[in-house]
Ligand binder design. Structure first.
Ligand code: HXC
Length: 257
């Protein structure tokens, strides 16, 4: 597919989506959102794909929503168009998405990374919610997803001061799953996604759905949902295959991949 603001490729069962607005540090504008949704929804519909990796450039995963595009907008336009709502469609991806973050992940860029299922960060990565410096609060989930991911203290610190945190602090805080040397970022993220894509797709989708639910419901409801899906998984031949393979000391061959 020919995109203006992205590059996409598939490697085996993994789709790699690279944000590509090099002149604007991958600032997220309306065109990019439209293309990203087209790509991600397309890969979700493609049975040959089991997981996605989202990345940017060495200098920036994404430096935020496109300030120059938003600059002239007024309340009515932002409110009536429900400006940030399209991002809910990205977050609704049912297939797992690994964010591979190098350089700046600021504002909407940090929020986009947090919409992914987990973040692998290069040592150079810098995370922040600098919207306050522009006279606005975060608008793509920063206050909500970050508070759930890393708690109140650091979320308040980052959102109120606009400061950036480096990859090590982000890992300590729980925003980031792993930190790797810059040169290994894409390999590590692809390896993780390939591993995910080698498992039973309905099982990985269940895991994603359930962990996401933990941030959206009570413990009792979450545990009930987990038990229901755990039981449902026993209707899949992938469960029979996975458990038989273990007992027979061989590698499983999952059908629903
Ligand atoms: C539009 C941007 C941009 C952005 C960078 N650029 N970030 N354009 N929107 N968010 C552009 C610059 O204008 C510049 O274009 C080019 O990219 C290179 O950026 P520089 O600033 O020259 O690079 P550098 O000096 O290295 O500084 C890097 C930076 C800085 C620290 C990341 O660019 C920066 O502070 N960017 C803005 C970060 C930010 O505030 N993000 C939050 C946005 S609000 P020219 O044409 O001059 O070369 C947001 C709200 C989300 O995300 C909610 C929406 C609903």
């Amino acid at each position: 597919m020919d995109y203006q603001t992205l590059r996409t490729e598939t490697r085996g069962r993994v789709a790699l989506v690279t944000l590509h607005r090099p002149d604007a540090l991958n600032a997220l504008n309306t065109a990019l959102l439209g293309e990203l949704l087209q790509a991600v929804e397309g890969f979700n519909a493609d049975p040959a794909i089991g997981a996605l990796v989202l990345t940017g450039s060495a200098k920036a995963f994404a430096a935020g929503a496109d300030i120059k595009e938003m600059q002239a907008m007024g309340f009515a336009e932002i409110y009536l168009s429900d400006f940030a709502a399209g991002w809910d469609r990205f977050a609704a991806s049912r297939k797992p998405i690994v964010a591979a973050v190098s350089g700046y992940a600021l504002g909407g860029g940090c929020e986009l990374a947090m919409m992914c299922d987990f973040v692998i960060a290069a040592q150079s990565a810098k995370f922040g919610q600098p919207e306050i410096t522009l006279g606005v609060p975060p608008g793509m989930g920063g206050t909500q997803r970050m508070a759930r991911a890393i708690g109140k203290a650091k979320t308040m610190d980052l959102c109120l001061t606009g400061r950036m945190m480096d990859a090590d602090e982000a890992e300590r805080s729980g925003l980031v799953a792993r930190v790797v040397p810059d040169a290994e970022l894409l390999d590590e993220a692809m390896k993780a996604a390939e591993k995910i894509a080698s498992f039973s797709l309905p099982a990985t989708m269940m895991v994603k759905e359930l962990v996401a639910r933990a941030f959206d419901t009570t413990l009792t409801e979450g545990l009930r949902a987990e038990r229901r899906l755990f039981a449902a998984a026993f209707a899949l031949d992938d469960q029979s295959e996975g458990m038989a393979a273990f007992a027979e000391k061989r590698k499983p061959t999952f059908r629903h991949r």
